[in-house]
Unconditional design. Structure first.
Length: 367
């Protein structure tokens, strides 16, 4: 079973986090309509069990919250208030895991069921168990929104360990890939651990001894039933990508991932204006999707030691390797050479959490 992360354009996610933020701000006398402005949602929609939202709608709500209530600590307050049962079937499955090791693996594998703006990766380092957040993807967000999302997700992960083991469990260290903000003192208070800024990535560490601990509500049968339900939900998400997802898939199938909008519009038997309008309805654009396709193709080929950067630049539709390098740095925050070196290091030191059968081992790390 490999890690699967849902593309951001589809409306697949119950509005748990949006609802929590709306209610939090309502207690601070901010009306729901203002928080939901520009999202196509209203307060009644949040009470509908059939309501589904996209990551883009979550980002719009978080952006609204920053404009309406730009005070330090709001993100921490939101994250600390989001408990595992607030995430539906996914959260209940994690709550019933038989060990914290199991929680880490399942949280990573099924994260496509939660509208997180940043991907989670479980790792070990020097005896610690840790979460790595975003690993470069957060650089595409505006600074204020990026920090809000990171603070919220860090606080949420602390709350999840409290849900599993009790409030006495604390992280050992948090590291952030940005300079210390003016409210840096709030970090140690909210996350209950030392915090380091200006690191090369975003990390949240826990003592490795936690991995073998049994959560308070562990139940093997319940976990298995809920995992099966999560598999079905994840399959539904992956089979209903929306129009933007279909454009992404079609572009991946073309021999030239750098194909223009005209070629793609022809594939769908429509003009460019109609293609642009339909993508705009889903909160994205052809250039954004083309960038994601090129990024995906590039990272796939960079994992081949026999492919040169010049060859990959041509394969991904760039006129020269310099333009490709600049684009790759923008996508990932690292050069193609750095990405290739990191991939080689990961192959030399595989992900520590694997599912081992009688004759094979199936890695839970991202490919």
């Amino acid at each position: 079973m490999s890690q699967r992360i849902t593309p951001p354009w589809g409306r697949h996610y119950p509005p748990y986090q949006i609802t929590a933020l709306v209610r939090l701000l309502q207690r601070k006398d901010v009306p729901a309509g203002a928080v939901l402005a520009g999202t196509g949602l209203d307060a009644a929609a949040l009470d509908d069990v059939a309501c589904r939202t996209s990551v883009l709608q979550h980002l719009a709500v978080w952006r609204n919250a920053l404009e309406l209530r730009a005070v330090p600590g709001l993100s921490f307050e939101l994250g600390r208030g989001l408990h595992l049962p607030d995430h539906g079937t996914y959260g209940l499955m994690l709550l019933s895991c038989e060990s914290v090791d199991d929680y880490f693996r399942r949280a990573e594998t099924y994260q496509g069921l939660v509208a997180n703006a940043l991907a989670l990766e479980a790792r070990t380092d020097g005896g610690d168990a840790l979460w790595v957040l975003g690993d470069g993807g957060d650089r595409e967000l505006p600074d204020g929104l990026r920090i809000f999302v990171l603070e919220q997700q860090f606080a949420q992960l602390v709350t999840q360990l409290h849900d599993l083991l009790g409030p006495e469990v604390r992280p050992t260290l948090a590291r952030f890939a940005y300079p210390a903000p003016a409210h840096r003192a709030m970090y140690a208070e909210q996350l209950q651990c030392p915090c380091i800024f200006g690191w090369h990535r975003n990390e949240l560490h826990f003592g490795g001894e936690l991995l073998s601990m049994r959560p308070r509500l562990a139940n093997a049968f319940t976990a298995a039933v809920l995992q099966s339900a999560c598999e079905g939900l994840l399959a539904e998400v992956e089979e209903s990508p929306g129009f933007a997802g279909k454009v992404y898939q079609a572009l991946r199938l073309l021999p030239d991932p750098g194909a223009g909008m005209k070629a793609m519009a022809s594939t769908f038997k429509m003009n460019e204006r109609t293609l642009r309008r339909r993508l705009a309805r889903e909160g994205t654009s052809f250039s954004n999707i083309a960038d994601q396709v090129r990024h995906s193709v590039a990272t796939q080929h960079l994992q081949r030691p026999d492919a040169s950067v010049e060859q990959i630049a041509l394969i991904t539709g760039f006129s020269d390797s310099a333009n490709f390098r600049r684009a790759f740095l923008r996508w990932t925050g690292m050069t193609p050479a750095q990405f290739r070196r990191q991939h080689q290091e990961r192959r030399a030191h595989p992900h520590p959490w694997t599912l081992r059968g009688e004759n094979a081992s199936v890695s839970l790390a991202a490919p």
